[in-house]
Design a protein around this ligand. Structure first.
Ligand code: HEC
Length: 105
């Protein structure tokens, strides 16, 4: 009996840690993502569109409602703005935005 409670407890802790990062962002290079966001003036441009520091533009409750959609949006910006990101760079940028703003699990 006690053993199974302990096991359940361990499983729930492990479940929580896993649940924090969506599968498509697991192993993403967050340092690289932060660097790319800083270098590509994402925030500067967003700031001119919304009030405040620009982060109000990131709307987790809007049409960006899942990790895959977020990554797709970054891919779209990449194409439109001609940033020339590699696929793993798109993933890294989206993973940072998810960690800081969207928090999809
Ligand atoms: C030249 C201006 C400009 C630049 C540079 C820019 N963006 Fe955007 N971005 C926009 C605008 C405008 C929107 C809002 C589009 C809309 O709502 O249709 C947007 C929307 C977004 C969204 C969706 C927000 C939401 O929740 O609806 C994401 C994510 C995003 N941008 C990521 C980035 C990233 C990452 C970069 C840098 C690599 C970047 N953008 C650079 C103008 C820009």
């Amino acid at each position: 009996m006690r053993k199974s409670i302990l096991l359940l407890y361990l499983l729930s802790i492990m479940g929580c840690t896993w649940a924090q990062t969506p599968t498509i962002f697991q192993g993403a290079d967050l340092k690289l993502g932060e660097k790319l966001i800083a270098e590509n003036k994402c925030t500067e441009c967003h700031q001119s569109k919304v009030v405040g520091d620009g982060s109000a533009l990131y709307r987790p409750k809007g049409r960006i409602n899942a990790p895959g959609v977020l990554r797709g949006m970054v891919e779209q910006c990449n194409t439109e703005l001609n940033l020339g990101f590699f696929p793993e760079e798109v993933t890294a940028v989206a993973a940072v935005l998810n960690r800081d703003y969207y928090r999809f699990k």
